[in-house]
Design a protein around this ligand. Structure first.
Ligand code: CP
Ligand code: NVA
Length: 312
């Protein structure tokens, strides 16, 4: 177990060094193999995790919840609507109170500052289960999936097509951290935030890879080993959905776009998918698609995060 990760927060992929990122992936892979072989783990026996959700979730909730059970611990699902947060109790007070009860906090929030504040005011580890800026637990599972498919991460090319959102930000940081090349193609005005582009470029230059932000999806997917997309309107942007669909149509991942990537390219999507918008069934359900392996790996990756941050 990593001594360095014990007691730490995971708010951003940038919180990790390359070595720590790999430690999490290696441990996730081990937990996966051993669990599938029938071994039981008790790394979190008697420990509890508070899971605060300001937004809906299927995968994140189930992966963290089942993950806690499989590690001998106990998860508590807390909808922010049913907490005193809804009536104005501050994030700081919520963090201080929960710290007296539980061994860790996982939170899915709108404003990224909320996870930063939870971490600031709690004295137990805080895990970002998605904010408007980042989705680090997702991307750890994604990179576990890519590693399983290709046997390596360094030197591969991942192309992200669509909205420059939270998932895109975390993918860019992770690619830079492990020396994977990344190209992101978005419509004008929907690029990833420059803070993340610059941060990813700094990481990539240290680890020998490149970060490109492009307009043309066909150019971006050229030579891609992985083609990744996500919804065009994220949670909280529902009112923009109609206008976004019109702008994003050229960024749809369909068989024609996939033809421009490498012949053995893998298709990925964090899910949930809006089939017929950012991806069509012919790609999502093709032999190139890794979307359900990716979803399964949320469980294994999250168990590694939980065991390493919350374990003794
Ligand atoms: N990919 C992901 O985070 O899925 P959920 O919204 O279902 O948790
Ligand atoms: N970008 C999406 C990811 C969902 C898992 C959203 O924030 O809604």
């Amino acid at each position: 177990m990593s001594v360095k990760l014990k007691g730490r927060d995971l708010l951003s992929i940038a919180d990790l060094t390359e070595e720590e990122f790999w430690e999490l992936l290696e441990f996730a892979k081990l937990l996966k193999l051993e669990t599938l072989a029938g071994k039981r783990h008790e790394y979190l026996k008697g420990k509890t995790l508070a899971m605060i959700f300001q937004k809906p979730s299927t995968r994140t909730r189930v992966a963290f919840e089942v993950g806690m059970y499989q590690l001998g611990g106990y998860p508590l699902y807390l909808s922010s609507n049913d907490m005193q947060l809804r009536r104005g109790e501050t994030i700081a007070d919520t963090a201080r109170v929960l710290s007296r009860f539980v061994d860790g906090i996982m939170a899915r929030v709108f404003d990224h500052q909320d996870v930063v504040d939870l971490a600031k005011y709690s004295n137990v580890p805080v895990i970002n289960g998605l904010s408007d800026e980042e989705h680090p637990s997702q991307v750890l599972a994604d990179f576990l999936t890519i590693w399983e498919k290709f046997g390596t991460l360094k030197g591969l090319k991942l192309t992200y097509v669509g909205d420059g959102n939270n998932v895109a930000h975390s993918l860019m940081l992770a690619a830079g951290l492990v020396g994977m090349n990344i190209a992101v193609a978005t419509p004008e005005g929907y690029e990833p935030k420059s803070y993340y582009v610059e941060k990813a470029k700094t990481l990539a230059s240290k680890h020998g890879s490149s970060v490109e932000v492009l307009r043309d999806p066909l150019q971006a997917v050229k030579d891609a080993d992985v083609v990744y997309t996500d919804v065009w309107a994220s949670m909280g942007q529902e009112s923009e959905h109609e206008e976004r669909v019109k702008l994003f149509i050229p960024y749809q991942v369909n068989p024609k776009l996939m033809e421009h990537a490498k012949a053995d390219a893998v298709f990925m999507h964090c899910l949930p998918a809006h089939r017929g918008e950012e991806v069509v069934d012919e790609v999502a359900d093709s032999s190139q698609s890794a979307i359900f392996d990716e979803a399964e790996n949320r469980l294994h990756a999250h168990k590694a995060i939980l065991a390493m941050l919350l374990g003794d």
